[in-house]
Design a protein around this ligand. Structure first.
Ligand SMILES: Nc1ncnc2c1ncn2[C@@H]1O[C@H](COP(=O)(O)OP(=O)(O)O)[C@@H](O)[C@H]1O
Ligand SMILES: [Mg+2]
Length: 639
């Protein structure tokens, strides 16, 4: 192994004479790099009694410049658009009466309107779309920030797929409404303006032209009533399909090992057919109603031609008026039909907003208490005092659990599966709060210290190591991104990971995790151990952290750990004798409390329950309970 010079909070070299060096662990200083990213300043209104649009106001207010520019330019764009037929009317009438000068003026005016429409329309669109994307970006950041603050109890009862769909498609629904909503609302304004012009020019002709519009509305309503439920069903079925695909991809080994591909394909096929059915139904409904809705307004044009033509022949309206009217009748239809889309999108966005707010309204259970202090210069004393805890009130896991661990002590916690060993570790890192009693570090209740300094002091290695889709180096340096390669290698060496990492194609730069190279369970565990060692916690908790590692490799890790543990409080949760024998004291957890404690040899000699627990696990792992536990076991019981 390469023992390297280490930085101020580096991994101590594995030389015997350096054991017990208290100075290796400095006082608390935050290890994460400074955020380069400015989170949004505004959030949603916390008042849950308000409507969803109202609750969005603080966020919209933060972007009011964009919104105001978008809306004002939009109004101008519409005004220039609506003014054109009116000007056209004067032009035609001027042409008919031979008024050349008037014609020129109007022609220039129309050109000015055209340019205005171009400029205002462009600015308007840009700002409104920008508003949609800005708010979407903010919502994502707010939601993710909130998700990181939510406690384990929230994740215990939430499906990750559900959170992901809320973070993706629901935010997208809101974004769509925010981008198109104002645009379409302004089209309604166009409707009003056009109508105003028409009523001003000739009220009766205007009313006649409007006659078919109630029909458009009525058929549009019928269409929406059919399509809206169908599109909800489609959405739900899409989620089902995504789940099936996800399971097939992630569970592909199980599928193949049972030769169950055909069954999976059939399941996928059924799910795809269900989506196809609803989509075809939507298409049917669309092909039935849409042509009607599109043709009806032509009736309006016909009415204008007929009634207007008659008025013109009678000399009661000018030809220009007739032309302007036809243009307005066509202009009216667009906003009228879009109103339906806004209503539909509005309903969808309202449902999406509720789903997003449900997450944002979730109150984090575990937060820094007011006046929480940092743990500075931890000694590593751990106390569980009369701790009562259960994930649900009906089933207590710990019941008056007492455990005192001296600074620098190595304690093994032994117990049958489900006895609450991992729970003890989670309570120490304050993943959950106790129901009764207290958990203390150096005499400080974990509820009175900052979470940041607590989790910096207590390092947890979990039995299911999660690796990010990043290089080995980045995975190990996760808790201290600024660590040098030498420091990362030192940590990896202590965790007996340096050897296999060096043999990877790109060494420490090999990408692992979901999108990278697949490591074995034991290799992942060793990287997870290195990751925690590099963060250099004063209290180290190994929760079944070596269960998938070969015994001989495990022994080497323990030899290295023995050096590293010297000035560190260590809690080892394990079943293997070789691991347990590393501890100075063994605590037997049973019935939610400490049933017995002593050295491994004492317990082996006096406690039949202890022998039974060890024997049960060595049955599973084909280990050797009769071994003397000093690390001389040679049977391979890695999984
Ligand atoms: N997140 C959770 N939600 C509800 N119950 C849990 C949760 N985690 C563990 N439990 C239950 O608490 C008990 C103790 O679990 P745990 O501490 O993981 O046991 P051990 O690590 O000793 O195997 C078990 O009965 C388990 O089913
Ligand atoms: Mg466990």
């Amino acid at each position: 192994m390469t023992a390297t010079e280490t930085g101020p909070v580096g991994i101590p070299e594995l030389e015997p004479e350096r054991t017990g060096a208290q100075s290796e662990i400095p006082e608390f200083e935050p290890i994460a790099v400074a955020a380069e990213y400015e989170p949004p300043t505004a959030g949603i209104d916390p008042d849950q009694t308000k409507g969803w649009m109202k609750r969005l106001m603080p966020l919209l207010r933060a972007h009011r410049r964009t919104l105001v520019i978008g809306v004002v330019t939009g109004v101008f764009a519409l005004a220039t658009q609506v003014a054109v037929p009116a000007a056209g009317r004067s032009a035609v009438d001027a042409a008919i009466t031979g008024d050349r000068r008037g014609m020129w003026i109007v022609a220039v005016l129309i050109a000015v309107f055209g340019v205005g429409r171009l400029v205002f329309g462009g600015v308007n669109r840009f700002y409104l779309f920008k508003l949609g994307w800005d708010v979407e970006t903010d919502l994502r950041a707010i939601m993710y920030e909130h998700l990181t603050r939510l406690s384990f109890s929230y994740y215990d009862r939430t499906q990750s797929g559900d959170v992901i769909s809320r973070a993706n498609s629901d935010i997208r629904s809101l974004q769509l409404l925010l981008a198109f909503g104002p645009l379409i609302s302004m089209n309604l304004l166009m409707f009003v303006m056009a109508l105003g012009f028409m009523l001003y020019i000739h009220p009766w002709l205007a009313l006649a032209a409007l006659a078919p519009l109630p029909g458009v509305y009525w058929f549009g309503l019928k269409f929406r009533n059919q399509v809206f439920p169908l599109s909800w069903v489609t959405q739900a079925r899409m989620t089902d399909l995504a789940t099936i695909v996800d399971e097939n991809v992630n569970g592909t080994r199980v599928v193949k090992s049972f030769a169950a591909e055909k069954r999976q394909i059939a399941q996928l096929g059924r799910s795809a057919q269900r989506i196809q059915w609803t989509n075809v139904e939507i298409a049917k409904s669309r092909s039935r109603w849409n042509p009607i809705i599109e043709s009806l307004p032509r009736l309006g044009t016909a009415v204008v031609v007929l009634y207007g033509g008659w008025l013109a022949i009678e000399g009661r309206v000018s030809i220009g008026t007739l032309l302007a009217f036809s243009a307005y009748v066509i202009m009216l239809q667009v906003p009228f039909r879009m109103a339906g889309f806004v209503l539909m999108q509005g309903q969808r966005a309202s449902a999406a907003a509720q789903r997003i707010y449900e997450i944002l309204d979730e109150v984090p259970q575990i937060v820094d208490s007011p006046g929480a202090v940092d743990i500075v210069q931890p000694r590593g004393q751990v106390d569980f005092e009369a701790v009562c805890f259960g994930y649900n009130p009906e089933t207590p896991v710990l019941d008056e659990f007492n455990l005192h661990i001296e600074p620098g002590e190595r304690v093994a916690i032994v117990g049958s599966t489900g006895s609450g060993k991992s729970t003890v570790a989670r309570l120490l890192d304050r993943f959950y709060d106790v129901d009764g009693g207290s958990v203390r570090i150096d005499g400080l209740d974990v509820r009175d210290v900052t979470l940041r300094s607590l989790r910096h002091t207590v390092g947890l290695v979990l039995d299911e190591p999660f690796l990010f889709s990043a290089s080995v180096h980045e995975n190990i340096a996760y808790g201290r991104p600024t660590a040098s390669r030498a420091e990362v290698e030192a940590a990896a060496s202590a965790a007996q990971a340096h050897g296999f990492i060096s043999e990877l194609a790109h060494g420490y730069d090999t990408v692992v995790g979901e999108r990278g190279y697949t490591l074995s369970g034991g290799q992942r565990q060793r990287i997870a151990i290195a990751r925690t060692l590099l963060a250099n916690p004063k209290v180290l908790v190994l929760d079944d952290a070596t269960s998938a590692i070969d015994v001989t490799v495990e022994e080497a890790i323990h030899r290295a750990l023995q050096e590293l543990m010297a000035d560190r409080t260590t809690i080892i949760i394990a079943h293997r004798l070789s691991t347990i024998s590393l501890a100075e004291r063994v605590v037997v957890l049973d019935g939610g409390r400490v049933a017995n404690s002593g050295t491994h040899a004492e317990l082996l000699a006096t406690d039949p329950h202890y022998v039974e627990i060890l024997a049960r696990h060595s049955d599973h792992e084909s280990g050797d309970v009769s071994g003397n536990g000093d690390g001389s076991m040679t049977s391979r019981n890695g999984r």
